[in-house]
Design a binder for this molecule. Sequence first.
Ligand code: HEC
Length: 135
Amino acid sequence: MAAALLAACAGVARAEALPPLTDRPGDPVRGEALVRDMGRVSCLICHEIARLDEKDQGEIGPPLDGIASHLTEGEIRARIVDARRMNPDTMMPPYFSIEGLLNVAEARRGQTIYSAQEVENVVAFVLTLTEERGE
Ligand code: HEC
């Protein structure tokens, strides 16, 4: 199942938008919990989300406030799955790809950062970020 999905995502490597990876709709509450979990390669290492109170949020990527008003669901999913499809030199980690990764710790080899359902949960959370900063 995971292997087929990974192959399907790689097959549209240059696509700008991806359809849902699972039949079960994403859960934004679980998605938020995942984003708050620094041990799971949190988006907050690089991005700010004003609504969350986590300290020391990152400033490497653009703030994600209001992002759901600028990108479609499929565009957001494509960036979480593998932002290298938009920018081959990006430093944003590919959350649902194992392509091109070298010398990954043995216990994690062949595994993606997020499962397909976790991608959907985080997409559902990011889709709640409709308000621009300062609103
Ligand atoms: C190691 C740093 C890093 C992490 C971790 C990271 N990103 Fe990014 N992200 C970036 C950078 C840098 C960009 C800007 C585009 C580029 O350089 O590729 C970006 C771009 C984006 C964009 C497009 C923004 C726009 O205005 O077009 C979205 C959406 C996004 N990231 C969401 C996420 C989400 C959701 C997570 C967590 C699941 C995450 N990112 C984790 C660094 C990161």
